[in-house]
Write a protein that binds this ligand. Structure first.
Ligand SMILES: Cc1cc2nc3c(=O)[nH]c(=O)nc-3n(C[C@H](O)[C@H](O)[C@H](O)COP(=O)(O)OP(=O)(O)OC[C@H]3O[C@@H](n4cnc5c(N)ncnc54)[C@H](O)[C@@H]3O)c2cc1C
Length: 415
């Protein structure tokens, strides 16, 4: 039996695995090829809702309930879909001998997809990795929530929160925590006590990767919510209670959240493949790195660098491109197995982008159009549901999505 191995069960890896399982069945190849999806975690994490987890009171939902809304057991997601799941950590790769070394075993492969994602990047800023909380996993979100709750229960003054980075994740988490504060105040029986939330952003506007109109709308919303922004300001150092800024000033904080950057998963560093910025594996539009040397290796998602052929702009580190790349890699593996000449290419197009900004308000950019407020928030809900449909059975997807909706709107006090 030949073996296809996928490293990483995030957006890209899971999609590659499910597409391969389906296509192998369609081509009557399931008896000849097996697919193994490897991840160090037992769960597939739906990152776009982590900001909601970080801002939901323990009284509203238990950790277990929250986990079922954004962390889905991989074993169950791939069951009966022609894919085996293996929980293990990737350690090393021998590309010439086609062997993957995991922490507990070694497995051979005929085709390999590398989809190990990214991790927070601290730009070597002293103290940041020690004192800042990151937001990348379910546990990170719970850590932020617990810290906010414990400070609200014990502090006699405003809780000071600094969010480093005014990109999508920074504005999302800042806005949602702001929405949650009236509920926390009620729970703690306090009056006139709240939080001061400040976003520190290195460039001249928040959501700097998007157009100016989107940034302006986001700024307006942040100010309506009472969130301060420090633009053209970088954190240069952090200690236990103070963040030092590039203009020479410093700011005290109770909670420092870092969303200012990501870098390639460090497990990718040792791979003998050509790398671009921040160690990302350079791939071509067929999701193949270094085609001349290794025609059975594919890489997708955040751990890759794929440049637009005309603009030379990198594909954004977002879920949708990772999903599409996962499908492209899977189809190209099937094409190689069935000895078809046709290769599938990544369709360079701009995918809808949605930034939730607290409560039932979002900004969505769909092609040339920008939606904001409730319609954008509804659109966001449907894109989430659409993703759930793609990875789980229809009734489960509806159940998970609806339960999440019911829980997550409970803290929306500011509209
Ligand atoms: C808080 C947050 C919110 C986001 N919101 C959005 C959004 O709204 N819309 C959007 O488009 N994008 C969003 N993103 C970005 C999106 O999550 C990423 O672009 C996407 O996850 C990339 O998919 P991937 O498959 O490359 O990597 P990931 O989804 O990160 O998956 C990588 C997988 O590899 C596994 N892994 C890592 N190391 C090892 C190892 N050594 N051995 C085995 N397994 C390993 C991990 O456990 C993980 O399951 C958000 C990201 C964050 C952090």
């Amino acid at each position: 039996m030949k073996h296809i191995v996928i490293l990483g069960a995030g957006f890209g890896g899971l999609q590659a695995a499910l597409t391969l399982g389906k296509q192998l069945r369609r081509h009557h190849l399931s008896e000849e090829y097996s697919v193994t999806l490897v991840d160090k975690n037992r769960f597939h994490t739906f990152t776009p809702l982590l900001y909601e987890i970080a801002a939901t009171s323990p009284e509203t939902a238990t950790n277990l309930e929250l986990q079922t809304l954004v962390s889905f057991p991989l074993e169950r997601l791939v069951r009966k879909r022609g894919v085996a799941f293996m929980q293990d950590t990737f350690v090393a790769l021998d590309l010439d001998r086609k062997i993957v070394a995991l922490s507990k075993s070694r497995i051979g492969f005929d085709y390999l997809v590398i989809a190990l994602g990214s991790e927070p990047y601290y730009f070597d800023i002293p103290g940041l990795d020690t004192y800042a909380l990151s937001l990348k996993t379910f546990d990170d979100a719970i850590r932020i929530r617990d810290r906010v709750v414990s400070l609200f229960r014990t502090s006699e003054r405003n809780v000071r929160i600094i969010v480093g980075g005014g990109g999508p994740n920074g504005v999302e988490i800042a806005s949602e925590i702001r929405q949650w504060i009236p509920e926390l105040d009620e729970e703690c029986g306090r009056k006139n006590c709240g939080a001061e939330i400040t976003i520190v952003e290195g460039s001249a506007r928040v959501l700097a990767a998007f157009d100016e109109k989107t940034s302006e709308q986001a700024m307006k919303r942040l100010h309506t919510l009472g969130i301060s922004t420090l633009l053209n300001a970088r954190i240069t150092k952090a200690d236990k209670e103070r963040a030092y800024l590039s203009d020479g000033t410093s700011k005290n904080y109770d909670i420092l959240i870092w969303t200012g950057g990501v870098t390639t998963n460090s497990a990718v560093n040792s791979l003998p493949l050509k790398k671009g910025g921040r160690g990302r594996i350079e791939i071509n539009k067929n999701t193949v790195p270094d085609e001349a040397k290794y025609d059975s290796v594919f890489a997708v998602g955040d751990n890759t660098l794929l440049l637009h052929p005309l603009t030379r702009m990198p594909t954004p580190l977002m879920a949708r491109p990772a999903i599409v790349e996962g499908r492209v890699a899977a189809k190209n593996i099937i094409a190689a197995i069935t000895k078809r000449d046709r290769r599938y290419g990544y369709p360079f197009r701009s995918y809808p982008y949605i930034a939730p900004l607290g409560g039932k308000y979002a900004i969505a950019k769909v092609g040339r159009f920008t939606l904001s407020g409730l319609p954008a928030w509804i659109f966001k809900g449907f894109t989430e549901l659409n993703y759930f449909f793609s990875i789980m059975p229809f009734p489960t997807a509806i159940k998970v999505w609806f339960k999440g909706l019911k829980i997550f709107i409970r803290n929306d006090r500011l509209g």
